[in-house]
Design a protein around this ligand. Structure first.
Ligand code: ATP
Ligand code: MG
Length: 462
């Protein structure tokens, strides 16, 4: 009732679809947010900037998440102050970024991002091209044209991310009907979807990320152009896609995210080799990747550490056998073929997603461990147990088995071995030798190539 009355007094000058020049103002009595829910550092930054005569608000994910009862990951501030003016206000502030300049204000381990209001880009390249630039497909290369609060709201990606909360007056400003979309649980781009994706194709990944994180639907005009524009992701710098892929797969909703990415054809430009494997061996590849992601999500929810290396190792593993067999068919022996395939696969993947060396090394180690786990005779089993990568390698073995790879009970053997005492372990090793399965005794050379070939075949799974 109160809200209705309030709305009827306000001249709502509305621009094109979901754009307004005056915001809907939601007073403290009309929403559930409270100043105390927000980081006190973020609130104090807003207060300080306002006292210095600037406009300043909490914005983006923190407002959206609090309205949904989710604890925000971080707190973003939007202000009319330029980065230099912000820096002048705080001792602990650093200007960062080139494509998108902003200020990090540090409070011990907490970092608050303070961004200056930005305007949408002029369509034509004008004299201010050192502040703003686009490439020929419309992609924004630099985004440092400052603007008003109204303009800042319009250049944000989704309506639910364009809510501004003033912790002093405790009012929310809504320029894009974001509150409406939060109520209806919808991810909706502000403005023309095709144009907004062309400006920044990563918005397609963000749509999926927020849909999975919030369990929202993607509004139909927002989802419509994605399949066709998905290949534009190939133009995005690989370092940015690495950052984005961590957010996609390490936020606790990776399994749902994966399904959506595949469905919207966004998986292919991110992981081309894995997408090919998904076509060649759909059941096996899909089971292995989703099982890896389900496990990852579980660990995230339990607060256990997760490593990107394990994740990328799983993503790429189904693509490995085809590569290795191809190299073998050109005359390369199995072991070098496998190593070469692993090397090629990782370097190709890094062209799309720049996986840092500190993670590519462990990917190789997890894979190498798969060749070593079957070879348990003599002291080998104990040496493997002491290897710092044993745990990841063993988990990976169980993952392969859960996707239907035939390993002759190897996972169970290692599970038992870890649970045994010294003398039981010696018995287990002795028994191996007597089984003469090629993994225990025998001339070293033959044995190695034997187990290698077994994996190359087994890994194709279907
Ligand atoms: P979370 O931090 O939970 O991942 P978020 O919405 O805060 O979600 P950020 O990446 O921190 O996401 O970005 C902060 C805000 O900046 C967003 O809410 C959105 O308003 C704006 N924004 C971020 N990336 C883009 C983009 N590519 N295009 C337009 N606006 C963006
Ligand atoms: Mg954020």
């Amino acid at each position: 009732m109160l809200k209705k009355l309030f709305q009827s007094f306000r001249p709502t000058v509305r621009g094109p679809h979901h754009q307004r020049t005056t915001p809907e103002v939601i007073n403290s009595s009309q929403h559930s947010l409270q100043r105390g829910q927000f980081s006190r550092h973020a609130v104090s930054i807003v207060e300080r900037l306002q006292n210095a005569g600037y406009q300043a608000y909490l914005v983006g994910g923190c407002v959206r998440d609090q309205l949904l009862g989710i604890t925000p990951k971080d707190f973003d501030v939007a202000t009319s102050a330029t980065p230099e003016q912000v820096r002048a206000e705080f001792r602990n502030a650093r200007v960062i970024g080139r494509r998108f300049k902003l200020v990090h204000v540090h409070f011990g381990r907490e970092i608050i991002e303070v961004a200056t209001f930005r305007a949408n880009h002029p369509e034509s390249e004008e004299e201010n091209s050192h502040q703003s630039s686009r490439n020929e497909s419309g992609r924004i290369l630099r985004d440092n044209v400052y603007g008003t609060l109204e303009e800042d709201a319009q250049r944000r990606d989704f309506t639910i991310n364009a809510l501004y909360y003033d912790p002093i007056s405790e009012r929310i400003l809504d320029y894009a009907n974001g509150v409406h979309d939060i109520r209806n649980r919808l991810i909706r781009l502000i403005g023309d979807p095709t144009q907004r994706y062309q400006e920044d194709p990563v918005r397609m990944l963000r749509a999926v990320r927020f849909a999975a994180k919030l369990n929202f639907g993607i509004e139909k005009h927002t989802v419509a152009p994605i399949r066709q524009l998905a290949p534009m992701l190939r133009e995005i710098p690989s370092a940015r896609l690495f950052e984005e892929s961590l957010k996609l797969f390490l936020s606790g909703q990776a399994a749902d995210t994966f399904e959506m990415l595949v469905d919207l054809q966004l998986f292919d430009p991110l992981f081309p080799a894995s997408a090919q494997a998904l076509e060649d061996h759909p059941t096996y590849t899909h089971t292995l990747i989703s099982q890896a992601l389900i496990n990852t999500d579980l660990r995230v929810k339990q607060g256990k550490p997760v490593t990107p290396a394990f994740l990328f190792a799983a993503m790429l593993w189904p693509a490995l056998p085809t590569r290795a067999l191809h190299l073998q068919s050109r005359g390369m022996p199995p072991i070098p073929a496998m190593n070469e395939a692993a090397h090629e696969l990782i370097s190709e993947q890094c062209q799309r997603i720049a996986i840092p060396k500190r993670f590519t090394m462990p990917i190789r180690e997890i894979w190498d461990m798969q060749e070593r786990l079957p070879r348990r005779s003599g002291k080998r089993a104990d040496l493997l147990l002491d290897n710092p990568r044993f745990r990841a390698g063993y988990d990976f073995l169980l993952l392969r088995e859960s996707a239907g790879e035939e390993t002759d009970g190897l996972g169970q053997w290692w599970t038992d071995y870890q649970a045994c005492n010294e003398s039981e372990r010696r018995d287990m090793i002795r028994e191996l030798g007597s089984r003469d399965d090629g993994a225990g005794a025998g001339p070293r050379k033959r044995k190695r190539s034997g187990s290698k070939r077994k994996r190359a075949d087994g890994a194709s799974g279907e």
